[in-house]
Design a protein around this ligand. Structure first.
Ligand code: SF4
Length: 440
């Protein structure tokens, strides 16, 4: 039986730790001098005016620099770093440039000639990922000889883990990303994620676990300092080991089940050879989900606060990133607006398939998908739509006010500020070192 190598190494030393994991796993052995290499970090989102917690959310610049130097030592000079960053304002193209400066990528350009690519400023090509499901993928990654995929070791509220395969969603254009969150039960989000590696050139996966994250993928999760690097020439093997390190068997993760099925691989990791540290020595359980009440109609924190007269259903995997951002802001704003007086039987629906509960007084429809789906739904007494794709923050505030929830304008006028709110968790904890996100 073919054995797929995966190396687990403690991150102790600049360059040497990533180099050791690459050597143990043989992940760059297929590279030849002169190859074009595309590095895909996981930047998730960025803000220009405020500081937000990057630990466990964004790939460290330290690991990216290590990879660039190690590639150069192997005679690779044609290196590109490409990402399609989400920001609260998707039309703001200065956000990606700001991220490149702040993360030190411009220094990689001046020192090593690394090209920096904002994929939204580059062409996309239509690709069939299988079974007629088409996406538009960045051309630079499709034209590369080799991809170095550098996700973060994190759990994810919709997909349980977000590792190598999930990181590849970031090279699709925005309509394709939205399409990944499909209502088609034969091709749900985990199915699409499992298909993505098949459209790309050969790759190595280097999972950055210097900082790991519970309840990812964003800054509202909880980071840990874990100092782990997981490397493999095979993305599925890297993800299976990464998932186990986070506390999940492949059989519990639908994306891994699909991917193993497509490749006729076992789910028990019996065809994987782990080098370096053992999985057991690296493993530490990370929660993936925010707890809700028993019937999924209220965030547990709201239930504990005693919130009454509101049903705010738990997101499902048809909700895509832009609705997730505003959903997080609305949750925070509503919690802060609760003053102990029951609201007037309000329901908030999100994603692409939620159905209203009959008998509710006011139904808030978050996002254009919900607005379109329930335009003439007889089960809705009074519709309060938050239109747009992505939905508009100012309209969300107005709608919540109309429903009788007195949310503060600050949450909606300055969405970047709401991300900086999460910095509080890390104050006074020196292990959360911002310098990992700079290049000196
Ligand atoms: S409205 Fe929301 S769920 Fe629908 S496509 Fe747009 S971002 Fe996705």
């Amino acid at each position: 039986m073919t054995k797929y190598n995966v190396a687990i190494v403690r991150y102790r030393e600049k360059r040497n730790s990533v180099g050791e994991a690459i050597d143990l796993s043989g992940s760059l052995d297929a590279l030849k001098p002169g190859n074009r290499v595309f590095i895909k970090p996981n930047i998730v989102l960025w803000t220009e005016k405020t500081v937000f917690p990057k630990w466990g959310v964004i790939t460290t610049s330290r690991v990216i620099e290590d990879i660039v130097v190690l590639l150069q030592e192997r005679g690779i000079s044609d290196i590109m770093i490409g990402e399609g960053i989400v920001s609260p304002d998707p039309k703001n193209s200065s956000v990606a440039a700001h991220a490149c400066r702040a993360l030190g990528y411009e220094k990689l350009n001046s020192r090593y000639g690394v090209k920096l690519v904002n994929i939204f400023e580059r062409p996309f090509r239509k690709v069939d990922i299988g079974d007629g499901f088409e996406v538009r993928c960045n051309e630079d990654i499709l034209n590369a000889d080799f991809v170095v995929n550098v996700p973060v070791l994190k759990t994810h509220v919709q997909t349980i883990v977000s590792l190598g395969m999930k990181n590849l969603k970031g090279v699709l254009d925005i309509p394709s990303r939205k399409k990944c969150h499909t209502t088609d039960s034969t091709k749900p989000l985990p199915y699409v994620i499992a298909k993505l590696p098949g459209i790309l050139p050969p790759s190595a996966t280097i999972i950055d676990g210097i900082f790991t994250l519970e309840r990812g993928p964003g800054p509202d999760g909880k980071a840990r300092r874990s100092d782990i690097i997981i490397v493999s020439p095979d993305v599925l093997s890297a993800d299976m080991v990464g998932a186990r390190v986070l506390g999940y068997d492949a059989a519990q993760v639908p994306g891994l089940v699909y991917a193993a099925g497509f490749r006729n691989r076992p789910l028990d990791r019996s065809d994987i050879a782990v080098k370096g540290e053992t999985i057991e020595s690296a493993a530490s359980f990370h929660e993936y989900d925010f707890p809700y009440n028993a019937n999924g109609t209220l965030h547990r924190k709201m239930e504990l606060m005693g919130v009454k007269g509101l049903s705010y259903r738990k997101y499902d995997d048809t909700m895509c990133t832009y609705c997730s951002i505003i959903n997080g802001v609305i949750l925070q704003a509503i919690m802060s607006a609760w003053k102990g007086e029951p609201w007037n039987e309000i329901e908030i629906l999100s994603g692409k398939k939620m159905q209203p509960t009959p008998g509710i007084n006011k139904t808030i429809l978050l996002g254009q998908c919900m607005v379109n789906l329930h335009r003439d739904n007889p089960d809705i007494h009074e519709t309060l739509p938050i239109r747009g794709c992505p939905p508009k923050f100012d309209e969300a505030m107005t709608v919540l006010h109309r429903a009788g929830i007195a949310v503060e304008a600050e949450f909606f006028n300055n969405t970047e500020m709401s991300l900086s709110y999460f910095m509080g968790k890390y104050r006074g904890k020196p292990e959360f070192d911002e310098s990992f996100y700079r290049i000196e």
